[in-house]
Ligand binder design. Structure first.
Ligand code: GAR
Length: 210
């Protein structure tokens, strides 16, 4: 497939970027065939994800709420950047900031997120990163997992695309559980979902021109 035909993807990150790495690897190995990562945006200048993007030769930049004068300015700058890059699909991969209803409505059906639990458990405002796994362990569930979903105005509330369960093991800490959920679920689910949504975008485009 010619690059011009692929769905143009931006990945939004805040931290280590292991999910970004899974997406980059999936693009290389051909798991993602209908999409092309053209841009990485971080809201944290220290994010290691930025280094991963640079190592892969992908354009990467930082936008912070502080530099943009608050949430509205941040989202306006983000929208401008995404439109300039002709982005069609936004992937939140460890992006630790909640987007407003105005932004999610403008990109309806074009934003997906990976969350490290089986939604509707341990999700919504305040549940992010290690906190999700701390909550799962302190509740005492025996099974957790990951979810990829479309993003709407409700934090972690959009339509579910894919889920995978992961067993909790005796002696798990939030860190060991986080790692297992990433390895067994997130790094597999997110690239597959990215391919599925990219393929839908490409097919819809074809439909629109015939
Ligand atoms: C991942 O576990 C991701 O699911 C989670 O943060 C981690 C980021 O790791 N995201 C959220 O909790 C969002 N609500 P990464 O930077 O190595 O991909």
């Amino acid at each position: 497939m010619l690059n011009a035909e692929k769905a143009r993807i931006a990945v939004l990150v805040s931290g280590g970027g292991t999910n970004l790495q899974a997406l980059l690897d999936a693009q290389k190995s051909g798991v993602i065939r209908n999409g092309e990562i053209v841009l990485v945006v971080s809201n944290n200048p220290e994010a290691y994800a930025l280094t991963r993007a640079k190592n892969a030769g992908i354009a990467a930049l930082t936008l912070t709420k502080t530099d943009c004068g608050g949430q509205a300015g941040f989202e306006a700058a983000l929208t401008r950047t995404l439109k300039e890059a002709r982005v069609e699909l936004i992937i939140l991969a460890g992006f630790m900031s909640i987007l407003t209803a105005q932004f999610t409505a403008e990109w309806a059906g074009r934003i997906i997120n990976v969350h490290p639990s089986l939604i509707p458990s341990f999700c919504g405002k305040g549940y992010y990163g290690l906190r999700v796994h701390e909550a799962a362990l302190s509740y005492g569930v025996k099974v957790t997992g990951a979810t990829v979903h479309f993003v709407n105005e409700i934090p972690d509330g959009g339509q579910i695309i894919a889920q995978k369960a992961v067993e909790i093991e005796p002696g798990d800490t939030p860190e060991t559980l986080q790692r297992r959920v990433m390895e067994q679920a997130e790094w597999i689910l997110l690239p597959r979902a990215a391919e599925q949504v990219s393929a839908d975008i490409v097919n819809n485009r074809k439909g629109a021109t015939t």
